[in-house]
Design a protein around this ligand. Structure first.
Ligand SMILES: CC(C)(COP(=O)(O)OP(=O)(O)OC[C@H]1O[C@@H](n2cnc3c(N)ncnc32)[C@H](O)[C@@H]1OP(=O)(O)O)[C@@H](O)C(=O)NCCC(=O)NCCS
Length: 191
């Protein structure tokens, strides 16, 4: 199944393509956007290209999962990903039932409800159309915006964990958090 174009009240969500490279770099090169991501620092153009390739790969499982670029009145707002997770096998296999969720919104659109608007559409698409059974998301514990976005979409905090990194971003001492929603929980919220 190929990835569908989706829409919400204000957003057109297009399957991410290589043509969106400049839009991704706009986010990846912004210190505010990257404060709680990776090493907590802006990326170079080359590093952003690697992220783009990684995001493009999320659509290659043929499950309809992938990454979407969101536009409001033709203007780039951000991207959202709903990707297959990886199993613990060696080598890992893709698991389309268990999807991993994430997002970035351009700062000039923050605080206007765009992150949750597109996120809710992706969850609905995943659970209703793509056979997803469970959606997981993680972020740094101090990333209040990301946590609030996941929570307002119905995901619940299930654990806090501490990984070791060579060049950890400031604030990692508080750990990272994992959020989750199952299809049954999502259906129950809609009643
Ligand atoms: C996190 C982010 C996606 C939020 O985008 P947004 O479009 O401003 O979010 P929304 O307006 O849809 O808000 C969603 C919810 O989060 C809350 N929220 C948003 N930013 C917040 C912040 N900085 N602190 C606390 N709550 C915040 C909103 O009040 C809203 O909650 P509600 O529905 O209970 O009222 C955006 O700030 C961003 O892209 N940040 C940088 C990248 C990032 O950290 N991505 C996540 C990586 S895991």
């Amino acid at each position: 199944m190929s990835q569908s174009t989706l829409s919400t009240a204000r957003l057109e969500l297009l399957p991410l393509s290589a043509e969106h490279k400049e839009f991704l770099y706009l986010l990846d090169s912004n210190p505010e956007v990257m404060k709680y991501i990776g090493y907590g620092k802006p990326l170079t153009a080359d590093e952003s290209g690697i992220v783009l390739n990684h995001l493009l790969e999320t659509a290659t499982s043929g499950s309809g999962l992938g990454t979407w670029a969101g536009f409001a009145d033709g203007e780039f707002v951000g991207w959202w990903v709903l990707a297959p997770s990886q199993t613990d096998d060696t080598p890992p296999k893709l698991n389309n039932d268990r999807a991993v969720f994430g997002f970035r919104v351009a700062p000039n659109f923050w605080g206007q409800g765009f992150a949750k608007e597109a996120s809710r559409e992706l969850l609905k698409h995943g659970f209703q159309e793509l056979g997803v059974r469970e959606v997981l998301g993680d972020t740094m514990a101090i990333n209040a915006g990301s946590r609030a976005t996941m929570a307002t979409c119905g995901l619940r905090h299930i654990r806090t964990f501490h990984n070791q990194y060579d060049n950890p971003p400031p604030g990692i001492e508080e750990g990272e958090v994992e959020y989750r929603i199952t299809k049954d929980e999502w259906l129950a919220l809609r009643k």
